[in-house]
Design a binder for this molecule. Structure first.
Ligand code: PMV
Length: 352
């Protein structure tokens, strides 16, 4: 599909209406880092959609009022966020021609701590895009579930790139890859469940909150710095290539190769940050201590505990829900929790 096919229908009837939607966050295994104009990713990415970390959003649309947006996060008014949403709504008007014909009151809350570094922009924009598509269905009378979901993913992408992957559960691909049928730079697609070994269909993600608080460099700035990074092209190519083994691994259930690939992707993301100009480092001492302890633990026990990292210091601990789970969680509680700032850990699961 092309951008043209997402343009909005001209006939619509608006009225005052409140809708509510919920959307989870996601964690990438092959990372998106670097983009072109209009939120086009420089390489394809694949992520797990989380089960518990979600944003719940209610959107009140007051028809025929002057366009404005008011936002509340957990009951507190957020003026900066409202400004961001106003800009976003203006940007997506070609796709939803009724969007600027009213006033919005948006109330949103996350089921996970705001300071956790878990991608609230992914779940947040995902939930907003779903609310918008619900309003669109009501105002245009057009309901085709598949198109609606695809368009919600398309719209979420224009808010925050990785948000487009949160619209589907399980494993989700965004960005054109020769390895994934139907994949697109414009929206995310669900990776077929039938191509995923059962070991990967009940997985844990425990997020160790190594550092709670503002990141020193935002992901917007980070993506931008890939434009001048001398290693960027090689990195984009490597991410594309990594889809070949990833596809094999997902099918065969080769946990050993999965661990190797996922950790390599996480470290490459942070290596790119260090090779940027200006360079920046988002990992903290605790991040490195945890990584080393995970490697020692694997060497000693052979158990499948491994990590991935977002654009931040927190460590996503990944492990399957098989008979190794108890030993792994005991190790986490005893040995890894002490590296967090305030004993913070968010326990999520990817089960589908
Ligand atoms: O969607 P953004 O602009 O917040 O970028 C997300 C980038 C990473 O989380 C580091 C990787 C990814 O693919 O989610």
């Amino acid at each position: 599909m092309t951008t043209q096919e997402f343009l909005g229908k001209k006939e619509f009837t608006i009225h005052t209406q409140t809708v509510s939607e919920s959307c989870p966050s996601n964690i990438a295994l092959i990372k998106y880092w670097g983009k072109y104009e209009n939120q086009i990713p420089a390489n394809p990415s694949i992520s797990y959609t989380l089960n518990h970390c979600k944003t719940n959003t209610s959107m009140e649309f007051i028809a025929d009022e002057t366009f404005s947006v008011q936002t509340f996060l957990s009951g507190n008014e957020e003026v900066k966020f409202a400004e961001k949403i106003e800009k976003y709504f203006k940007n997506i008007e070609p796709y939803l021609p009724w969007i600027l014909k009213g006033k919005y009151i948006i109330r949103t809350e996350n089921t996970f701590p705001h300071s956790s570094g878990i991608a609230s922009s992914a779940s947040g924009f995902g939930a907003i895009a779903k609310c918008l598509m619900k309003l669109d269905e009501i105002f245009t009378g057009e309901i085709t579930e598949e198109h609606s979901l695809k368009k919600a993913s398309f719209l979420a992408r224009l808010g925050s790139g990785s948000a487009c992957r949160s619209l589907y559960n399980g494993l989700v691909v965004w960005g054109t890859s020769d390895e994934v049928a139907g994949s697109s730079d414009l929206y995310a697609v669900k990776y077929p469940d039938s191509e995923i070994h059962e070991i990967f269909r009940d997985f844990n993600d425990w997020v160790l909150l190594i550092h709670e608080g503002q990141k020193s460099v935002s992901s917007t700035v980070g993506h931008g710095l890939m434009k001048t990074n001398p290693y960027a092209e090689r990195r984009f190519q490597e991410a594309r290539e990594n889809f070949v083994p990833m596809k094999e691994i997902l099918k065969s259930g080769d946990l050993h190769q999965f661990i190797k690939l996922v950790e390599h992707e996480a470290l490459t993301l942070h290596a790119m940050m260090m090779m940027s100009d200006p360079a920046f480092i988002l990992m903290k001492t605790g991040t490195l201590e945890v990584i080393n302890k995970i490697w020692d633990f694997r060497k000693e026990t052979g158990l499948p505990l491994f990590f991935t990292l977002d654009a931040g210091a927190n460590v996503h601990l990944l492990f399957p829900s098989d008979n190794s789970k108890e030993k792994i969680t005991t190790f986490i509680e005893r040995e890894l929790l002490l590296h967090t700032q305030k004993n913070g850990v968010v326990k999520d699961i990817m089960k589908f």
